[in-house]
Ligand binder design. Structure first.
Ligand SMILES: Cc1ncc(COP(=O)(O)O)c(C=O)c1O
Length: 453
């Protein structure tokens, strides 16, 4: 623990005090009011204290001025945007996090809904070009979306069109070269490449720039990314990488609250010019229409140039201000670059402690251990992972159910991660609020749990 405390003194930058960290008491673990060790920001980020105030300000506006708050916010002196423009101040905070121009991002809907909308625009299969490449074991929602988009286009056996790339036999993550080779082999039939930026199960961070660039060597292939586990976790350069589209949720590293409002990116190359007859076909709605004419109720759709033209409905005000509260903390931390620096220090420290455990088994080492864990996440190079580490628990004696026991022990000890049955526990130090001591406590508790098996 001494080294962890030393690191906390050496790298004191944390916004922990700006977040509500659950306590043993609030989580019903004991009567102790000390905070738990929360390492589950990859699933649900903690609540910024400012979120309560932001949401209350909107509840006040609703209760005091009701419909008029759409056009003039009663707290405009405090910088609150009228509801009809509530998402606009969020864009300059969000764009640098994903490496986009402000007119390339929109705050809207939720992740799967945005993915489906974007697929309507960017997955346009033809007789020759119809395949979709993504990773095996992708988040099921993505699989369902791809599968049913094929159905929408009249493809009767979608499984024949969906190419799912997976790690080689005996390996835990996918080699970039294998992705590139698969693109090359399928170059004439691929319509879309759509992987996750950071894989939810393994924590692998894909080489988004290289894969996008390579796929674009073959005209006709669109490249999109599901950034659920990448946004707010790793720095992105969506514009410079030439990514066609991307979408994400905001309840993980962006701390916008459960079911928070999602986001999307559409590269500016696809939204210019935007004259009425030339815009890209899309799922359209009044909120994507020219704002100046929105309330004229005309039967002419003239989309706003840029990602805002993909909005369909007016956004949830409560959800949008919750997102804004958290993004203000990213700005206060001096941006995603600083977040990533701290993230690497924390996660690499966790790797160091895990690898020093007597229960750690290197994936390529064959020695027999009664109980052990390995790290599924590629950790050899910083570019291959984000904050999350996925730990795989098993036993060479044939004993089953190791992981649930370890997970229960962690939970009872106030170390909060998440379990992916049957074998995996995911832990992610979130740089805005986690410390080196949190990391130490988590690994130490894993060792204790293994001792007790
Ligand atoms: C990688 C990935 N894709 C899609 C989803 C689905 O998200 P939503 O329910 O917001 O549509 C999730 C949710 O955690 C996810 O992790």
């Amino acid at each position: 623990m001494e080294k962890a405390l030393e690191l906390d003194r050496e790298y004191p930058e944390t916004l922990k005090d700006e977040f509500n960290v659950p306590t043993f008491k609030s989580m019903g673990l004991s009567h102790d009011s000390k905070p738990v060790t929360y390492l589950c920001g990859n699933s649900l980020g903690l609540m910024p204290k400012s979120t309560r105030y932001s949401i209350n300000a909107e509840l006040d506006a609703w209760s005091n001025c009701a419909v008029e708050s759409h056009f003039e916010h009663p707290k405009k002196a405090e910088g609150k945007a009228p509801w009809m423009n509530v998402d606009l101040p969020v864009l300059p905070l969000l764009a640098p996090i994903v490496g986009a121009q402000e007119d390339e991002v929109a705050v809207m809907n939720s992740l799967t809904t945005n993915l489906n909308s974007l697929l309507i625009t960017f997955y346009r299969p033809t007789e020759k070009r119809f395949k979709i490449l993504f990773e095996k074991g992708s988040f099921p929602s993505d699989y369902y979306a791809f599968y049913n988009q094929c159905k929408i286009h009249g493809i009767s056996e979608p499984e024949k069109v969906l190419i799912q790339i997976e790690p080689r036999e005996g390996e835990t993550h996918i080699r970039t070269q294998d992705i590139l080779d698969t693109i090359e082999v399928n170059q004439d039939e691929l319509a879309l490449v759509c992987l996750s930026g950071v894989q939810y199960y393994t924590g692998q961070y894909f080489d988004i720039g290289r894969i996008t660039f390579f796929a674009h060597k073959f005209p006709g292939i669109m490249v999109g990314w599901d950034l659920a586990h990448a946004v707010g976790n790793v720095p992105l350069q969506l514009h410079d990488w030439g990514v066609d589209f991307a979408c994400w949720c905001s309840y993980k590293y962006l701390n916008a609250g459960p079911g928070g409002i999602g986001g999307l990116f559409v590269h500016s190359k696809h939204t210019k010019p935007n004259a009425t007859a030339e815009y890209l076909p899309r799922l359209a709605g009044w909120w994507g229409n020219d704002a100046a004419k929105r309330f004229q109720m005309l039967e002419v759709f003239e989309p706003i140039q840029g990602a805002l033209g993909f909005r369909q409905s007016n956004p949830s005000v409560i959800d949008t201000v919750a997102l804004r509260s958290s993004l203000e903390l990213f700005a206060k931390f001096n941006g995603i670059g600083e977040v990533r620096k701290r993230s690497l220090l924390l996660t690499n420290y966790m790797v160091e402690l895990l690898e020093a455990s007597k229960y750690y088994k290197h994936p390529l080492k064959m020695e027999e251990l009664p109980h052990y864990f390995t790290i599924l996440t590629p950790t050899g190079a910083d570019e291959d992972h984000g904050a999350q580490l996925s730990l795989y628990f098993d036993s060479d004696t044939g004993e089953e159910g190791i992981m649930p026991k370890v997970f229960q022990y962690l939970h009872n000890s106030g170390v909060i991660g998440d379990a992916r049955r049957p074998n995996v526990i995911r832990l992610a130090p979130a740089p805005l609020y986690n410390t080196f001591s949190d990391v130490y406590i988590a690994v130490n508790t894993i060792n204790e749990a293994m001792d007790k098996l």
